[in-house]
Design a protein. Structure first.
Length: 333
């Protein structure tokens, strides 16, 4: 075997470096999420998300009872979350990276679905109740499970997993039927909420797996993109003007302002931990985690306001919560 003596050692080193660079570029293109995997364990991410999510849901319900301006509240929560991340960036405590130009459009869709989900949820609640909304949220999980296998390449759920997902929905229906009756005054908004919720969970998981960003960067840009749109909605709806006038007349107690500020900082935790879970879990597992958080929030809410709750309704919630936990034993990823 003859050796080509015209090739110098330097050319071999250059060729080696070129191969390594090509390999890195291939890794970035094929699995970008692997570059920015968080050090959080899935269990800690789930506990972080469930805790902050439940607290935020309860706080928002309490706040909106005396401060009935949801778009203003959401705008404040987005503003505080974005400001905290921006200050941390300015003092070099964290770095915020922008996604590649070709992929920024993909990430742009996350916040559009995020806003659509919030808006349709608000409109659906006007014409129904929280129990009915919970039923639709658990139905959305069934749609997500199907899309997870057909669109995101996951294995099709086993019959045992499908049974658990169905029982989560059955438990929600039992709770709603015994405590508030299934209220559907506007099927259009409930159907739109079901659609935006399902698409949002699937699409966000798709982007998280393909756009290389840190969790803090995802949280920062999601809030930054959503803030001006939510602020515009608060102006267009008249909520900002009315709430400002009421604040100037001192029509809110000091406790309302304290709860609003507390909710803003906890909402940052929800957003951050939500992206942690989306990175670590499948779309279906994340949807089940959200269902579990909402079930716990409903139980706490019934005790907090001392609402009369039929025992069979509570058993329905216990069934749903138990199935969420059993689901975690079979598949979290």
């Amino acid at each position: 075997m003859e050796v080509d003596s015209s090739r110098s050692p330097n050319s071999k080193e250059t060729e080696k470096v070129s191969v390594e660079v090509h390999s890195v570029q291939h890794d970035i293109t094929s699995e970008p999420s692997a570059i920015v995997k968080s050090s959080f364990s899935p269990f800690l991410a789930i506990m972080f998300f469930v805790t902050t999510s439940v607290i935020t849901l309860i706080l928002n319900l309490v706040i909106l009872y005396s401060f009935p301006f949801p778009t203003v509240l959401f705008s404040l929560q987005l503003f505080i979350s974005t400001s905290v991340l921006f200050l941390l960036k300015q003092v070099d405590i964290l770095s915020v990276d922008l996604p590649p130009r070709k992929q920024i459009i993909l990430f742009f869709g996350i916040f559009l679905l995020f806003l659509s989900n919030l808006y349709t949820q608000h409109k659906a609640l006007v014409d129904s109740n929280f129990g009915t909304l919970l039923v639709y949220e658990t139905c959305a999980t069934l749609i997500v499970a199907y899309g997870d296998s057909r669109l995101l390449g996951k294995e099709f759920p086993s019959m045992r997993v499908i049974l658990l997902l169905l029982l989560i929905t059955v438990g929600a229906i039992i709770f709603d039927s015994y405590n508030s009756e299934l209220v559907v005054n506007s099927f259009i908004w409930l159907a739109l909420y079901l659609t935006t919720r399902s698409v949002s969970v699937l699409y966000t998981k798709y982007v998280v797996d393909r756009v290389p960003m840190t969790t803090l960067s995802r949280s920062f840009y999601n809030n930054t993109f959503a803030l001006p749109f939510m602020f515009f909605i608060s102006i267009a709806s008249g909520e900002l003007i009315i709430s400002t006038e009421m604040i100037q007349r001192n029509q809110f107690p000091p406790s309302t302002y304290l709860m609003i500020m507390l909710s803003c900082f906890i909402a940052f935790g929800v957003n951050y931990s939500g992206f942690l879970c989306r990175e670590a879990l499948s779309a279906t597992s994340f949807a089940v985690t959200e269902n579990f958080s909402q079930i716990i929030a409903v139980v706490i809410n019934t005790r907090l306001w001392d609402n009369p709750t039929h025992v069979n309704g509570l058993l329905g919630l216990v069934l749903s919560a138990a199935c969420c936990l059993f689901y975690s034993n079979y598949t979290w990823f």
